[in-house]
Design a protein around this ligand. Structure first.
Ligand code: ADP
Ligand code: MG
Length: 488
């Protein structure tokens, strides 16, 4: 079996191949709604952020928000998509209490963003997921059921909030790949500033279309898991759905196309409604809106304002600082983390040490306190100073961790004064060290004999004793060298 076949085969679940495609609704970070001037604010008093257009009062007309289009162009440029010169808004007709117009305005046949792809690392394998499209549409309001003691209320604050729906080809072959795709897309939309990425507040909602098939068979019937709003639930829901579908098929039942919801409490997915198809929505072009025209000049203007993208930046970190790809990918999680790394690496001149410290000590502390690196109590320049002291031999790596403890809890403290106050300076005086080594060798002559008789382990024990005698201040490498020399 060749390598490729082996890899594919290892992905099979009980002999089935998993097929996943994603539809993601990213709420665009604009100040006002997509077709009105009403403001957007999460958590406002119900029905205080909706104007006559959002309420669908007779006589009102939608007007396209230019910023929402610019955001769509940014995503298209980031993902290598085609930006359509002309795209069209349609009416998607359905009845629901939170949709006052009785239809949703959404791009249907001709979306503004077409094609493109998202690439990411899954372990050490590079994966690419192709996009079908990304289209602009408006969000609906919300029905509130619990707060009203048996009554339901409608909050139209969210009505008319701009969304970009990003649709992939059915390219993903495992839960892990699907979650990695969603994380990469989340990173990109927040990185280019078109979405705040807040999943709890619903700013980034994923629908996972899942099917299974025997290898080589045509695509199986899919079920669509709606509104996955955390990466953890996403993984649980897709895993459950795969197992459920395989069980059904093994028991001789056919899968019915359906829309399902994931219940985090039971860990199960349950059918919400059988899937409607396009005809049910009676789509037709919205006569209130002219076609959306995006000039090539506009695309170029947006391109000129694009930041360096995470993948480009990761490549640059590899070539400019000689970092391993894994480090570069980890450090480009967010613009703030990348900036923190670059400042500390440039100031200290110790890129790899800085990378190790950010991925290790700094991240561990941030995670424990659920803090973002932008709010780190230790600044990039403080980290740079600390790392410079490790690099020039002033402190050992272990002593530096003690300095970090103090820096972290006391923001006004300084690296050098902490080293001084805690007496953490490494002993770099070789005469003093030689004296300690001599003392230890004399006091432990049986150990020295053992080493000379061929017991290599005795060497490490002696290193330990010298470190202890120096109260941890000796430089471990130097101890090794001096001991080796004296034992010969
Ligand atoms: P609709 O518009 O009715 O939801 P689409 O054909 O646009 O249907 O597909 C929606 C999503 O479902 C896309 O992300 C697509 O990749 C995915 N998809 C389509 N067929 C399958 C399948 N058999 N298994 C898994 N995903 C699928
Ligand atoms: Mg769909």
């Amino acid at each position: 079996m060749n390598q490729q076949v082996k890899k594919e085969a290892s992905l099979l679940v009980h002999g089935y191949e998993v097929v996943i495609g994603f539809e993601t609704h990213a709420q665009l970070a604009t100040k006002s709604k997509i077709f009105s001037r009403a403001p957007i604010a999460f958590g406002a008093e119900p029905n205080t952020q909706a104007c006559a257009v959002d309420l669908a009062l007779p006589g009102t007309l939608p007007v396209m928000n230019r910023e929402a289009v610019a955001h769509a162009i940014r995503l298209g440029l980031a993902l290598g998509s085609h930006i359509a010169e002309q795209s069209v808004f349609a009416r998607k007709n359905y009845f629901y209490p939170d949709l006052p117009k009785g239809y949703q305005i959404s791009q249907f046949e001709i979306p503004v963003v077409q094609g493109g792809e998202v690439s990411f690392l899954l372990g050490d394998e590079k994966k690419t997921v192709r996009l079908v499209r990304a289209h602009l549409e408006e969000d609906a309001g919300k029905s509130l059921h619990e707060e009203f003691h048996g009554m339901s209320g409608i909050d139209l604050n969210r009505a008319g909030t701009p969304l970009l729906e990003i649709v992939t080809e059915p390219d993903m072959r495992s839960t892990a790949e699907a979650v990695a795709y969603a994380k990469e897309l989340h990173k990109i939309v927040t990185w280019i500033g078109i979405c705040d990425g807040n999943m709890q507040e619903g700013s980034f909602r994923c629908d996972a279309n899942v099917s299974v098939r025997k290898p080589g068979a045509p695509l199986g019937t899919r079920r669509e898991i709606k509104n996955l709003n955390s990466f953890k639930f996403m993984q649980q829901a897709i895993d459950y759905e795969i197992r459920w579908q395989i069980e059904q098929i093994e028991d001789g039942h056919a899968i019915q196309q359906a829309t399902v919801l994931f219940n985090p409490d039971s860990g199960e997915t349950r059918a919400m409604r059988s899937k409607e198809d396009a005809a049910d929505y009676r789509y037709f072009p919205d006569p209130d809106l002219p076609p959306l025209v995006v000039s090539r000049e506009w695309v170029e203007q947006v391109r000129a304002d694009m930041p360096e993208l995470p993948r480009q930046m990761a490549q640059r970190l590899v070539s400019d600082y000689g970092l391993p790809e894994y480090d570069a990918a980890t450090l480009t999680q967010s613009p703030a983390m990348a900036a923190y790394f670059e400042t500390a690496a440039k100031t200290s001149g110790q890129a790899k040490l800085v990378s190790n410290w950010i991925m290790g000590e700094v991240s561990r502390r941030l995670n424990a306190e659920e803090k973002d690196i932008a709010d780190s109590p230790v600044s990039a320049s403080q980290l740079a100073t600390l790392i410079a002291r490790i690099a020039d031999g002033t402190v050992s790596n272990n002593a530096a961790k003690q300095v970090m403890d103090v820096l972290w809890s006391d923001e006004s403290s300084q690296v050098d004064s902490i080293i001084e106050a805690k007496g953490l300076k490494q002993m770099n005086d070789s005469c003093a060290l030689e004296a300690i080594v001599d003392e230890v060798m004399t006091a432990n002559s049986p150990m020295v004999e053992q080493f000379r008789a061929g017991k290599d382990k005795a060497f490490n024990a002696l290193v330990g004793l010298v470190m202890k005698a120096s109260k941890g201040k000796a430089n471990p490498q130097q101890v090794n060298d001096v001991l080796k020399q004296k034992l010969q």
